[in-house]
Design a protein around this ligand. Sequence first.
Ligand code: DGL
Length: 257
Amino acid sequence: MENQDRPIGVFDSGIGGISVLRELYAIMPEEDYIYFGDSVHAPYGTKTLAQVRELTVANVKELLRQGAKGIVVACNTATSAAVRILRNMYPELPLVGIEPALKPAALQPGHPKVLVMATPMTIREEKFQRLVEQYEFDADIIGLPCPGLMEFVEAGNTDGEDLRDFLEDLLAPYLRDIDSIVLGCTHYPFVQRVIQDIAGERVRIFDGGAGTAREMRRRLELAGLRTARAKKGTVLFENSLATEEEIELSRFLFQKK
Ligand code: DGL
């Protein structure tokens, strides 16, 4: 197979990264994709740094073994824990991670008040602390660790009453003081509707999926690795939880509006 016709590898701790895959597919539908969700080991966000590093490196190795021409780490947690290690291991590889879309939120006019929802690890890690330091004069920024939230999406629950109750309790202490929310975990766009309902329409919600997809396209173009095919590519779903239900749920989320 021609180098530029090989698939793009996308991975996440589970099925959340499909929110990024959708953005990739929207702007590069002629590419082939392999999406790997590590649902057996999910969540990553409450594990140790060493564990997440080890799992992330193993997942990337596996996608490369399957012929990926570039990698999207569609997981904020894995990006904050391991992107530097991966860049050192594969300096030539088009490799893009995702981080909370704090920049567009913080740079809105009028000193916005921004709540960043993410996993405990993402909020704790140095990468996020540095991001906050960069914009702390432009906005009031609150980092909110959300342990337990990704589990709803992993279970295929994106609008249940129990999810609504969970989010209401989580967000209630902040709602009076904020005007923007950053979805700093790739699972959260799947529950964006519920978050918006609870927060109200006046609150603007930001997510980094589309920006990450554009960055991957740019990196592939720079490397001369964009396919020249015109017809639509294929999307292959793989999951460490190798059940038919999991693959079905992945396809369902990929198609969900
Ligand atoms: N989807 C992942 C992220 O973007 C994390 C979920 C988890 O495994 O805790 O951070």
